[in-house]
Design a protein around this ligand. Structure first.
Ligand SMILES: CC(=O)N[C@@H](CC(=O)O)C(=O)NC[C@H](CC1(C(=O)N[C@@H](Cc2ccc(O)cc2)C(=O)O)CCCC1)C(=O)O
Ligand SMILES: [Zn+2]
Length: 601
């Protein structure tokens, strides 16, 4: 590869030799394509044959990137001193290898451990509460549905405990081994541990402090919402509550208590007014998963963004097959050949899944917008940007105004009054504000493990310490170090960094505010155009502003991309606070009236 490399670097310097730069791009994207095909085959049909192929292809691509890395660092040991910042940036993306830096045998062990943990998570089955001998319930769709719909405290506790015992516990020792190898890889990349490697993706010395500050800014609002929800759940499940101020984790409508929108029906602020749960309407109108993807694609193209390519509609898997095991956790795939882009999602016809469809389509839209960047720049400006694309557009889609526009909310229903807006904002806060402490602690927990603060004898104790401190929740049943409850959350066994979702929750409101101004849908001085009512649907101006930033991929540091999209360079909680400000006032007054004191011991 060395000679190829020499002229590659020249090529980057001498446009005349561009063809050789293409070779490195072509070499890497070809290998990426092959390993993506093998990954996809496995994720959509979990069996030994596909697992072997997937592991061998991922070893191949690890070998190639290690070879390129070794040649770059030996041929150009002083690359950090180069004058051209773009060249230095390219070198940097090549030299951050992650697990591929491991020697082959260690890499094989790492990949096997990760595959074993993800396979265990994706195939775990539990027994039903009502029919004790039925033990084939999957997380998706069975347990998700029970957690969303059941109001039977014992059934919720059974399902929560079964899932946490069976999915997390058995992977604890595997995870401990995985942590050790993962840290070895980080050190080979010149990081002190995997947590530091993850944070490097945000290219900011102060990132941890910035995140902590954003959390401290929003924590009082979270505590007001937590207090109101706690009071309302106490009315329903009284005996489950004690005076510690904590909410039992199984009563919040979600297996991980990370989004509470499913308990909205138990605490609707104004029950006679409209709510944005349009699941019934979708079913009545004969919505199918395909229709949900078409509705989303139409929203993107209404902004002048790129339609899903032919391949997408042909190759995506949008419903759970009934003849094989698949990894149901939704995901969006870029096959690195500029043509093949797919989504794998076990889609159900629900409002939540309509939002998830937009989330996944947002990933593909970003992949499409930066597909002509050099291979190493075909990434999000930072991981949070990739997560924010779909959610930003979903903030418009989910408004009562837009739901009427697409016929999911009856035209006759009044939606411009104060009470309807409080219902809407409360439902949005149960999703977005409830998520913030979870989005933060899921990586804080793993930073503490990777940097050695916590060893495996404390894995479960530490998880519940953070879950109590940040979320104000507690487990519904006795937990011990025989459990590994963090392992019951996909991203831990699958080893996917999670802070990206906290970052996305903050910046998506900054993107939304900027695009709403561009679309003429929001004016900070016009109270008739509040931010939460904005729908950028059909605004080509908003679409082109978003596309201008996203097309840059990771070619520039993310503050520059942030500036293109929002005019600001920093993450800033003012947008999310402005969006929710009517609700924050309402909740504070409601808690005072109930005598409900925010916070917990
Ligand atoms: C090849 C590959 O892996 N590709 C990446 C994308 C990429 O890197 O290009 C990818 O598809 N990752 C999967 C992951 C799936 C989901 C997720 O895990 N979400 C978080 C947090 C959350 C929850 C609600 C929400 O509205 C938004 C976020 C959770 O469920 O806890 C499942 C539901 C939605 C998104 C994703 O799409 O981020
Ligand atoms: Zn995502």
């Amino acid at each position: 590869v060395a000679p190829l490399l020499i002229c590659i670097i020249d090529a980057w310097n001498l446009p005349s030799l561009r063809y050789s730069a293409l070779n490195l791009d072509q070499l890497s994207s070809q290998k990426c394509y092959e390993s993506s095909v093998a990954e996809w085959a496995y994720a959509t049909d979990i069996n030994d044959e596909n697992e072997k192929t997937k592991l061998s292809l991922s070893l191949d691509i690890a070998k190639l990137s290690k070879e390129i890395w070794q040649n770059v660092t030996t041929t150009f040991p002083l690359w950090r001193e180069f004058k051209d910042p773009d060249l230095v940036r390219k070198f940097k993306t090549i030299t951050i290898l992650g697990s591929a830096a491991l020697p082959d045998d260690q890499y094989k062990k790492y990949a096997q451990l990760e595959t074993d943990m993800t396979k265990h998570y994706s195939t775990t089955k539990v027994c039903s509460f009502k029919y004790k001998e039925t033990c084939n319930l999957s997380l998706e769709p069975d347990l998700i549905k029970i957690m969303r719909e059941s109001r039977d405290e014992e059934e919720l506790r059974h399902v929560w405990t079964e899932w946490h015992d069976k999915s997390g516990g058995p992977t604890k020792q595997t995870y401990k081994q995985f942590v050790e190898i993962s840290n070895q890889a980080a050190k080979l990349n010149n990081f002190k541990d995997t947590g530091a490697l993850w944070l490097d993706g945000y290219e900011s010395e102060t990132f941890k402090d910035d995140v902590e500050e954003l959390w401290q800014t929003l924590k009082p609002f979270y505590q007001q919402m937590h207090a109101y929800v706690r009071a309302k759940l106490r009315n329903v499940y009284g005996d489950q509550f004690s005076d510690d101020g904590l909410i039992p984790a199984h009563l919040l409508g979600n297996m991980w208590a990370q989004a509470w929108d499913n308990v909205f029906p138990l605490m609707t602020p104004y029950p006679t007014k409209a709510s944005i749960d349009v699941t019934e309407q979708m079913i009545q109108q004969g919505y199918t998963p395909l229709k949900m993807f078409q509705v989303s694609d139409e929203f993107f193209t209404s902004l002048g963004l790129i339609p899903m390519p032919e391949e997408f509609w042909k190759e995506s898997l949008i419903e759970k097959p009934d003849d094989r095991e698949v990894v149901c956790h939704a995901s969006a795939w870029d096959f690195c050949n500029k043509k093949d882009f797919r989504i794998k999602q076990c889609t159900r016809v629900t409002t939540t899944d309509l939002i998830t469809v937009h989330h996944e389509m947002g990933h593909i839209q970003y992949d499409l917008l930066y597909k002509d960047q050099p291979y190493f720049y075909r990434q999000g400006a930072n991981p949070g940007f990739h997560e924010a694309v779909g959610d930003t557009l979903a903030l418009s889609v989910i408004t009562p105004k837009h739901l009427k526009e697409i016929g999911l909310l009856d035209k006759s229903i009044p939606i411009d009054d104060y009470e309807t807006s409080i219902n809407f904002l409360f439902s949005m806060a149960l999703d977005k504000i409830a998520f913030l402490p979870f989005g933060y602690l899921t990586d804080k927990y793993r930073w503490d493990i990777y940097d050695g603060t916590v060893d495996e004898s404390q894995y479960n104790t530490h998880w519940w310490k953070l879950r109590k401190e940040y979320q104000g929740i507690k487990p519904p049943s006795e937990r011990s170090e025989a459990n590994f409850d963090a392992g019951a959350k996909f991203h831990v066994p699958a080893n996917v960094e999670y802070l990206r979702y906290f970052v996305s929750t903050i910046i998506q409101f900054q993107f939304h505010r900027s695009l709403c101004i561009e679309a003429g849908q929001y004016d900070p001085l016009d109270s008739n155009k509040p931010l939460h009512n904005c729908d950028i649907y059909r605004s080509k101006a908003a679409g082109s502003k978003l596309a201008a930033g996203l097309s840059m991929g990771s070619s520039k540091p993310w503050p520059e991309v942030m500036k293109v999209i929002t005019g600001q360079e920093k993450m800033d909680a003012s947008a999310i606070r402005e969006y929710f400000s009517p609700l924050e006032k309402w909740l504070t007054a409601a808690n005072e009236k109930m005598g409900e004191i925010p916070g917990w011991k």
